[in-house]
Design a protein around this ligand. Structure first.
Ligand code: PLP
Length: 499
């Protein structure tokens, strides 16, 4: 069963938690008991496919789903039509100590696919299992990556539809094309005349607009969100920690039972939290290294115990980690406060009211037994991309480069020789401009067109452009809608009526 981190919601099943997303008391759903596994259970994963490993892990958390339901969800999410690598999340070992876990072989070339391919499948089954009559309409405001990943995940999924709002001049040409060419009979894509904050504020306002929600309800429609606090987005991410470990054993890079560290480029704390769950379950993870960019709120927190969102916001070369409020941290705090929901509520209240909170010295020391944190500026990020390419012929995207540098810093500082898995969250082609600058210097970037930049990166490195990006130039534009930030609700109404 699932309970809220703030302690004032009822216990509910996994299917209900996935359907609701957020608990009624404003908290996040967590499993009442974290399942544990044995060394033998982990050893059994070694010969399995990614899909089989996913089923083994998911069934421990989603006990109200039948085996058949899970098999179908997983097959739909991680099929060969969606992922361009048979292993789904392969490991590339650059040397005996540094192993890259590539999480970007999905339909949008970034790691959000790992969760957003499965969440809609789990949600659709949850609707059926809880005998929900209404249609679920997913609203997303996106600064680029999440919108496309959500569109791909929800495309043609039963009993759901999705509207994505993006800032008209706030996303890259490729990101815009990725969304405007989206297929599927249940999707809409709308350019908002404004910036990301305008789109985000508009969506939030619509979620809390009671009379608008009542109108939709008359048409049998309920709003929901696909953001990373939903348990259905977190649980798929636990799988690849186990899968990575099993692959290292399979490739004889480590022996079953050996400890390893994971290094995670972190924003909203979803990815690294999934690693924490894997550790608590019994996976031999020693340290979880939390890597940030100049928005280093988490580094400061894990070093000092003070979480302070009142600071300057930087736009960096690793934009998917440009975040000042890491929502999933609430789940971690819940465990480190020994499930004291009053304490968690108090911290979250302080964060909201005064912009910061402080945890006790005792909790900080406990956190530091597992977590180590570091941050990396843009200059170091680009230098790292260049270094790693020169040394290994391997092309890191800027987010992964942040993790690589933090990983190096940890090893240099501590002398600890435990192997590292560096979690790679995006294909370098997705952030081609910064990667080209890193590889060739500013003067190298003469491309006026993003497709030229893709080809340039491919020629420079010999790496193949992911098919989903290469094909964009030829695809038909299917979505032409745009609206003022005041009229987002009007667009939703007319989409609902036209469906
Ligand atoms: C979302 C994202 C991250 C951050 O992941 P969190 O789970 O939010 O910590 C890192 N890198 C890329 C490329 C992302 O898209």
């Amino acid at each position: 069963m699932y309970i809220s981190t703030r302690g004032k919601s009822e216990k509910i099943s996994a299917a209900q938690a996935i359907k609701m997303g957020l608990a009624t008391d404003g908290g996040l759903f967590v499993p009442e008991v974290i399942p544990s596994v044995t060394g033998q259970w982990i050893a059994n994963l070694v010969p399995m496919s990614y899909q089989e490993r996913a089923e083994a892990v998911l069934k421990l958390f989603l006990e109200d789903y039948t085996e058949e339901e899970l098999t179908t969800c997983i097959a739909n999410a991680y099929s060969v039509n969606k992922f361009d690598h048979a292993e789904v999340a392969p490991i590339v070992s650059l040397n005996p100590q540094d192993h890259i876990l590539e999480l970007w072989h999905g339909p949008t070339s970034a790691f959000k696919d790992m969760a957003l391919q499965l969440l809609p499948q789990l949600l659709s089954k949850a609707l059926y299992k809880t005998q929900e009559k209404d249609q679920i309409l997913i609203l997303v405001a996106t600064s680029g990556d999440t919108g496309k990943a959500a569109l791909e995940g929800f495309m043609d999924v039963a009993q759901t539809s999705i509207v994505v709002f993006y800032p008209q001049d706030g996303v890259s040409e490729i990101q815009k094309l990725q969304m405007k060419t989206q297929k599927g009979r249940n999707v809409a894509v709308v350019a908002v005349k404004g910036n990301f904050d305008d789109a985000q504020t508009g969506v939030k306002r619509i979620f809390s607009d009671n009379s608008f929600n009542a109108l939709l309800k008359e048409d049998g429609i309920r709003l929901s969100s696909a953001n990373s606090i939903n348990w259905g987005r977190l649980v798929p991410q636990i799988v690849y920690y186990f899968s990575a470990y099993a692959d290292l054993v399979k490739k004889e890079e480590i022996r079953q039972g050996d400890p390893i560290h994971f290094v995670v480029p972190t924003g909203n704390f979803g990815n690294i939290l999934a690693g924490y769950y894997a550790k608590i379950m019994g996976l031999p993870i020693h340290k979880l290294i939390c890597a940030s960019n100049s928005n280093n709120v988490l580094t400061e927190f894990l070093q000092t115990g003070i979480y302070n969102r009142k600071r300057e916001f930087y736009k960096t070369a690793s934009p998917s980690m440009d975040i000042l409020i890491s929502s999933n941290l609430e789940r971690l705090l819940y465990y480190f406060a020994d499930c004291n929901t009053q304490q968690v509520s108090k911290w979250m209240e302080e964060l909201k009211e005064q912009g910061y909170y402080t945890i006790s010295k005792e909790i900080l020391l406990k956190l530091q037994e597992t977590f180590w944190a570091d941050w990396v500026n843009d200059k170091q990020t680009l230098v790292t991309i260049n270094d790693v390419y020169s040394k290994y012929n391997y092309v890191l995207d800027p987010h992964t480069a942040v993790a690589w540098k933090a990983s190096e810093d940890y090893r240099n500082l501590t002398g600890d020789q435990t192997p590292h898995v560096i979690v790679s969250t995006a294909s370098p082609f997705k952030f081609n401009e910064n990667v080209l600058v890193a590889l060739g210097g500013e003067e190298h970037v003469t491309c006026v067109n993003e497709f030229d930049a893709l080809r340039d990166l491919s020629q420079t490195t010999g790496w193949k452009i992911p098919a989903n990006l290469a094909s964009l130039e030829e695809l038909e534009i299917l979505h032409h809608l745009s609206c003022d930030k005041e009229n987002m609700d009007v667009v939703i109404r007319s989409f609902v009526k036209s469906e």
